[in-house]
Design a protein around this ligand. Structure first.
Ligand code: ZN
Length: 396
């Protein structure tokens, strides 16, 4: 299949006009697709989520905390957390392959599908291999992790040093750092550095309390930082010093965090950033969810870019001429077509005829289709709760 688009964003430095792309898909029928009014992007990469935490509304009593540890205690008594407990209770084993946990995990996966994310880094203790298989999008399997430098690996896994060593420089080592503004948060960078964890394969999540000098050290060591602004402002009332990160060329990536503290999706995150920190260029934001994430998560070079022949594609309408600014004007309902690994995952039903699909494997609503059956997940959750539960990050 060939498609012609108005603008093609191969990567942040290579943009072409009136471009024809070849779609590598066993499901695509031969022929040309007229998408001449659309912009083609590589699908997005969400570098920080907790799929099991995608419940609604946000947890906590809405106050601003000094550090995340205080929120974790309050969260356990929040209505949202207690309601989620009716579906799945963490018995300490953190086995998310349990079928009740899987219901919530699927909500998180759909949150990402509906917002054009083909890859998500799910920060949790390493799961059984089945957890990472048979998902419509890529839930990153190759990583090691620690919950945080301040709280250690309380939720499972080895200590931070061992986990980092186990990554052997070949996969990302993911850890929350400095998610707060008190003394503990301010000391955590030095602690990480003294442990020898400031490595090129380390992905630090949040880093709210980092000084400019500490940020410079991340740049020098090639350590990546994941920025989750909405989650940070909600919990701590403050976020990463992103201006210093950009000034010193830190590899910054973007994450939604879970909806219990963060945004609904990356489109919401863009709008939030535009509102709170309008000085951050849209082009930089695009890099954070594509090429920077490819580097931080040590992904294949075909991900986070759009090649002339591709099995991965995201088509959005052109609302403004600049394709990066355009992202700030789009939301999940605007996605015209999202293909990953040659499989159409979400989009406008007018494209269904261009693929040989078993439509039993798709759910259609309004003028949209999506892979699988999220409506059945919602029906099962309704049956378990005894009432209908809506999740605003799902457009069904
Ligand atoms: Zn997190």
């Amino acid at each position: 299949m060939e498609i012609t688009v108005d603008i093609c964003v191969h990567n942040s430095e290579n943009i072409t006009k009136n471009k024809t792309l070849k779609i590598n898909s066993n499901l695509a029928k031969n022929g040309k697709l007229d998408t001449s009014h659309l912009i083609a992007y590589p699908p997005f990469i969400n570098s920080h989520d907790h799929l099991i935490g995608n419940w609604f509304p946000k947890a906590g009593d809405g106050k601003i905390y000094q550090n995340v540890e205080e929120w974790v205690e309050d969260m356990k008594f929040s209505d949202s957390f207690l309601e989620r407990n009716k579906i799945w209770i963490n018995d300490g084993k953190f086995d998310l392959t349990d079928e009740n946990a899987d219901l919530i995990i699927q909500l998180g996966i759909y949150k990402n599908i509906f917002s054009g994310c083909a890859i998500v880094q799910d920060h949790i203790p390493k799961q059984k291999s089945t957890y990472y298989q048979n998902n419509s999008i890529k839930v990153l399997k190759n990583y090691t992790q620690c919950h945080s430098i301040s709280m250690g690996n309380w939720w499972g896994g080895e200590d931070a040093k061992t986990e980092s060593k186990n990554a052997n420089g070949k996969m990302p080592f993911v850890v929350h750092l400095a998610e707060g503004k008190d003394k503990t948060a301010k000391k955590s960078f030095a602690k990480l550095e003294n442990m020898g964890l400031l490595q090129p394969n380390t992905l630090l999540i949040h880093c709210i309390a980092l000084t400019e000098n500490e940020i410079k050290k991340c740049a020098k060591n090639g350590t990546s930082i994941c920025w989750c602004p909405e989650s940070n402002f909600y919990l701590i009332g403050k976020t990463l010093d992103v201006n210093s990160c950009l000034k010193h060329n830190v590899n910054v990536v973007l994450g939604t965090d879970s909806t219990m503290s963060g945004s609904f999706n990356l489109f919401e995150e863009f709008k939030y950033i535009k509102h709170c920190l309008p000085q951050v260029p849209a082009k930089k934001l695009f890099e954070m969810i594509t090429i920077n994430a490819q580097k931080a998560l040590m992904l294949d070079e075909s991900l986070g870019v759009l090649n002339n022949q591709t099995a991965n594609l995201l088509l959005l309408p052109k609302k403004v001429e600049d394709p990066f600014e355009n992202l700030l004007h789009c939301d999940i309902n605007d996605i015209e077509l999202f293909i990953y690994n040659g499989i159409p995952l979400y989009g406008n039903t007018r494209f269904l005829d261009n693929f040989d699909l078993d439509l039993k494997n798709y759910y259609q609503f309004g003028n949209k289709f999506v892979i699988g059956h999220p409506e059945k997940i919602l029906a099962t959750i309704k049956a378990k709760l005894g009432y209908k539960k809506s999740f605003p990050f799902l457009p069904i």
